[in-house]
Ligand binder design. Structure first.
Ligand SMILES: NC(=O)c1ccc[n+]([C@@H]2O[C@H](COP(=O)([O-])OP(=O)(O)OC[C@H]3O[C@@H](n4cnc5c(N)ncnc54)[C@H](OP(=O)(O)O)[C@@H]3O)[C@@H](O)[C@H]2O)c1
Length: 345
């Protein structure tokens, strides 16, 4: 087990974890736990960590159909309920529709499958994992392309979003969210939504802060949920590029961590929470996931000056470039992110 600094094994009372009020009036914890084991951890290992995390005091979990572990995680949710650790209504469970399920009627089928696997009657937040229907096989090489991939289209997106809205009407999810959006795409679709997203997942870590997108979301009452909040240090090699910056190894993070006598991971999380995002760090290691949760209540916040220093780490270091989602005719992964302020089609 790695040195995480500062915290022994402990249970954190879920009531002590700060809460955020969503645009639909619901409360959500200020931190959740990711569940993407990638190719490093089995579904059983991730599920075991989810059970441990519930015992430790986590109440929010970020799942997805494409992580391939919802059935095992569903088992441990049931175990937590039957062991009397928590009730269903105490948890804030999020999951996502994968890109191959955007067609007519597919979104309902996708959520029904997730609910069956998770062994739940409803989820708390259902995300559209990506804003286009571009499928790629799990674990494929970044150079692989699907000839059926299509660029983003407002019309196609809204057809899918209408299906998402119906799931709220049906009571199968309490809220709906978007993920990996850009400001131009949000500008195009938000005015058309009958039910606005309550949350938007976006990549967020000190070396990739997405300040403009973050402010846009907050300005529109959409809660930012930061994925890869630690800069995903263990992501598969296929997702690494020579110029990538390791957030937690930067001198600024190391210095601030030393001043707080903790691991830089906890500085990343304090920064995200103090900024107003909900980070969803992943770990199967008890000492790590407990210290991640404890970082929100340890009474040792970052100073304004430290927050300002972390802001200086911005280096536009996007880790999830999305190459595999490119459509025939697209130039390169930059096309996915509308960097010139217009939707690239
Ligand atoms: N919406 C989307 O499209 C999307 C995309 C990507 C991710 N996500 C979500 O975001 C979650 C997090 O992303 P991620 O797992 O890629 O990246 P991450 O949370 O930034 O990094 C996870 C890694 O950090 C290390 N770590 C965790 N806590 C630590 C601590 N206290 N001290 C030291 N090291 C620590 C662990 O490494 P070791 O295992 O070596 O200990 C772990 O594997 C995912 O699980 C998923 O739920 C969503």
């Amino acid at each position: 087990m790695k040195e995480t600094g500062g915290f022994s094994m402990q249970t954190i009372h879920p009531d002590s974890v700060p809460k955020i009020i969503l645009n639909d009036g619901r409360e959500a914890p200020c931190i959740g736990m990711g569940t993407f084991g990638s190719d490093r951890f089995t579904a059983d290992q991730v599920a075991e960590a989810v059970y441990g995390a519930i015992k430790a005091g986590y109440r929010m979990f970020d799942c997805a159909a494409c992580y391939g572990n919802e059935a095992m995680i569903g088992d441990v949710f049931q175990k937590a309920f039957s062991d009397g650790i928590c009730k269903r209504e105490d948890l804030f469970i999020m999951t996502k529709a994968w890109n191959d399920m955007h067609g007519d009627g597919d979104i309902l089928i996708a959520l029904a499958k997730s609910l069956k696997d998770l062994k739940l009657d409803y989820v708390d937040m259902y995300f559209l994992h990506w804003p286009f229907p571009n499928y790629h096989a799990p674990y494929c090489d970044v150079d692989s392309r699907n000839p059926d991939s299509k660029p983003f289209s407002v019309e196609r997106f809204m057809k899918t979003w209408r299906q998402m809205e119906r799931l709220v009407d049906m009571g199968l999810t309490r809220g709906i969210g978007m993920s990996s959006m850009t400001i131009p795409k949000l500008k195009a679709v938000l005015p058309l939504c009958r039910i606005k997203p309550a949350m938007c997942e976006f990549e967020e870590h000190p070396c990739f802060q997405q300040e403009e997108l973050f402010c846009y979301l907050r300005g529109h009452g959409i809660q930012p949920v930061g994925f890869m909040p630690l800069g995903s240090p263990q992501r598969p090699e296929r997702d690494m590029e020579p110029g990538d910056v390791a957030d937690m190894k930067t001198p600024i993070m190391q210095e601030i961590a030393a001043a707080h006598k903790c691991h830089p991971a906890l500085i990343c999380l304090k920064w995200a929470v103090q900024r107003g995002a909900i980070p969803i760090p992943f770990s199967v290691h008890e000492a790590e996931y407990i210290s991640n949760l404890a970082s929100t209540i340890d009474g040792d916040p970052l100073t304004e000056e430290e927050m300002d220093r972390i802001q200086l780490l911005e280096s536009n270091n996007r880790l999830v470039k999305g190459q595999v989602f490119l459509w025939p005719g697209a130039r390169d992964w930059h096309d996915l992110w509308d960097e010139n302020g217009e939707i690239v089609q």
